[in-house]
Write a protein that binds this ligand. Structure first.
Ligand code: SF4
Length: 126
């Protein structure tokens, strides 16, 4: 699957959505972005088609409106702390369609299990 292109305005919208966390009214979004309601709606629809937001109809201030609820979360790099990949001797050749793959990698599997239990390390076997 090809990653879809994200416009500058869509990128700004995503940043706003991630800052708000719980979502934002569609009208607030286009106000914050400084675009017309028509352009704001287009951006919201594009983001929904890309699976980045869900548009939910809600009643706000006695009016039906759309709320954009993010379907993504801010990336937390600390979640990767202790991953065996940076020091792995197979790192350069690991990936989809490569000679080595994370799928079936026992080091990754052990690290994920260990991390979920509060540990952080996987040891290489020589
Ligand atoms: S997924 Fe496994 S084999 Fe690939 S780089 Fe990470 S530890 Fe090494």
């Amino acid at each position: 699957m090809q990653p879809s292109k994200i416009s500058k305005l869509e990128e700004q919208a995503i940043k706003l959505l991630l800052e708000r966390g719980e979502g934002i009214l569609q009208s607030e979004l286009w106000h914050e972005l400084g675009v017309s309601s028509r352009d704001g709606s287009r951006i919201a629809i594009k983001l929904e088609k890309k699976g980045l937001v869900k548009r939910v109809r809600i009643l706000a201030n006695d009016r039906w409106t759309m709320k954009l609820v993010p379907q993504i979360k801010r990336f937390n790099p600390s979640a990767l702390f202790g991953s065996p990949c940076p020091l792995c001797p197979f790192n350069q050749n690991c990936g989809p369609n490569q000679s080595v793959s994370p799928i079936g990698c026992t080091l990754i599997e052990e690290w994920i299990i260990s991390s979920s239990r509060g540990g952080q390390s996987a040891e290489y076997q020589t």
